[in-house]
Ligand binder design. Structure first.
Ligand code: ZN
Length: 121
């Protein structure tokens, strides 16, 4: 599956909205590929690790962890991030990485994010 097909899938999975600010994608708000586990932290370019984000959110987030960024988005900007969806995606990614094997660095990073995710509820 190429990059465009994966992005389309991510958009559909998120109900056509940015994962972080909840805005609907359209001609003025095009979706971009964001990585749940940042590539810098060893996150792979696979469907399970990719999310659709608007340009603004993608750029503002930088290499911030997904759970931390969700909390910041909510606090600082009063956005309406898709928290339940993020938890679902992170858990699915955890299972996927376990099945694929390897990706030790990404998995360690993801575990710590998931712990924070659970403790914040
Ligand atoms: Zn956004």
């Amino acid at each position: 599956m190429d990059r465009t097909a994966r992005l389309t899938l991510a958009v559909e999975r998120q109900g056509g909205r940015c994962l972080w600010c909840g805005r609907l994608f359209g001609p003025l708000i095009p979706p971009t590929t964001d990585h749940l586990v940042p590539r810098l932290k060893g996150g792979p370019s696979i469907v399970a690790n990719e999310a659709a984000a608007c340009r603004r959110c993608n750029a503002d987030r930088g290499h911030t962890g997904p759970v931390d960024w969700l909390a910041q988005s909510r606090r600082r900007h009063g956005w309406a991030p898709q928290a339940t969806l993020l938890a679902t995606l992170l858990n699915a990614l955890d299972i996927e990485l376990e099945n694929v094997g390897g990706h030790r660095r990404a998995r360690r990073y993801l575990s710590s994010q998931l712990r924070r995710c659970r403790s914040s509820h």
